[in-house]
Design a protein around this ligand. Sequence first.
Ligand code: HEM
Length: 510
Amino acid sequence: MAAKLTAKWITGVEERVIMLLPYLLMFFAVGFVTWYMRRMQRISAMISKIPGPPTLPLIGNAHLFFGLDMEGFNNIQLDLINTYGPTVRVWLGPFLWVNLAEPEHIEAILSSEYGTNKDPTYRFFKVHCDGIFVASGDRWRKLRKMVNPTFHQKLLENFLTTFNEQSDVLVQKLEEQVGKPTFDIGEYTGKCTLDFLCGTLMGVKTEEQIENRCDFAKNLVESVTIIKKRFYTLHYQSDWIFNCTELSKQLNAFVKPLHDFVKQVILERKNIKQSEDPKDGFVNVDVVQGKNRSIYLDTVLEQFKHLSNDELTYLTTDLFIAGADTTKVATAYTFALLGSNPDIQEKVYQEVNDVVGDGEFNMHKLASLPYMEMVLKEVLRLFTIPAIVRQLERDHNIGDITLPAGTSVQICFYAVHRDSRFWRHPEKFHPDHFLPEEVAKRPRYCYLPFGYGPRNCPGYAFAMLSMKTMVGSVIRKYRITSDLNLENAEYNNIFMLELKNGYPVQLTKR
Ligand code: HEM
């Protein structure tokens, strides 16, 4: 009897809810549309001075970007900038994107503490490294405070031992290519970069260049490849769809052992630091024994004793994500471009020979290679990360325009680095762009290969020192030739502007 009464009562409630539902839905729909229209009116009024392509109902300008890879993406940005000027607005459905290639506007965003949040599109990396690279707001501020003091001059000086050792290994490995047909030097710079990073950050000799002794590098490369694929595939944008795919399982299969490895190394370093007589490593590689070689992880362990092993793992993995591809690609481009510009190569060789000879690269010598510095700067002008995207925390002024909070601001390094207002030969490899008198003529913020402001690249000195050591070590032993022609080069759809078919070079002994 009681059960029958309850059932009847429930049915009564249900009936009333069902009757009310259309009114409730209509109420919320009207409320949402009113809110949305007001928001759009406000935003449209605020950005009315920013030009942009005509929009379609609902999708805005999203149709311009469907199915594009990185190269197509860069080209469309350039087209937009050429057509509408260096500050362009684009609507991706209801989301406002503003592309910036005007140095003053770029400075206004990058130097502001309210322009430091990453755009939500970076969230795909969270599976990999929920640390400084993807963090926003207070979490990012906390992590950044930890990273800043760790890359100090003294520590970088200690890293030079690893840079020299591993560059020597690279020189030996390249011997196998002498006199052979064209090969992709990117494979070599990639492995050498990983050995640099493993040695200096974690104190681990992975010896990726010599033999595949652990799966760390493989897991890193494969997992980043999947994340990039996700980034440019429309239907993988939804977590729900992506998590149901085979690709998501593969990603986890790479990420888990990667994190486990870093965690094991952390435990190992703790063991080494605490014990006078450290036991054999339980990671599958030789840990660089001894407290006498300073590495990044030790510095972090000393300065931030309260960090959990998980936090330390994220912090360390982040540096690999941020530092591995970038340095590998920039150095590979350098070799290929030196190969296709023999005059420039000879000048770099002469400089290295005069300053370093057959000796080691130390801080003083590395600082005394001005021409090599110009060459690397020019490589990074052409081929740094093409763009970064920030999401504004508050309404923000750029010149006489106020951008609304929530706007995704894309800083187009690619466009500003190839803007003919600032560069005599925008599309060419021309290191003389960095002669002091040329630099003096340009606005400061038209060259930002490592970003700028509170969220710039903390690894820029690491990158420059490591690249100089790698390039200098190779060039004093080998003469490089390359048929790379930037005019018909094809690029790949990844974060750094990579060459589709690798970095072609041939080597002869000097
Ligand atoms: C040629 C090599 C490199 C280039 C061109 C480069 C470029 C950049 C750029 C443009 C950013 C800013 C990204 C943004 O604002 O969204 C960045 C961030 C970062 N880079 Fe580098 N980088 C290089 C090498 C390295 C290396 C070797 C490391 C570490 C060992 C490193 C660590 C980082 C980290 C941790 C961030 C994130 C900083 C933050 O969000 O606060 N980078 N890098």
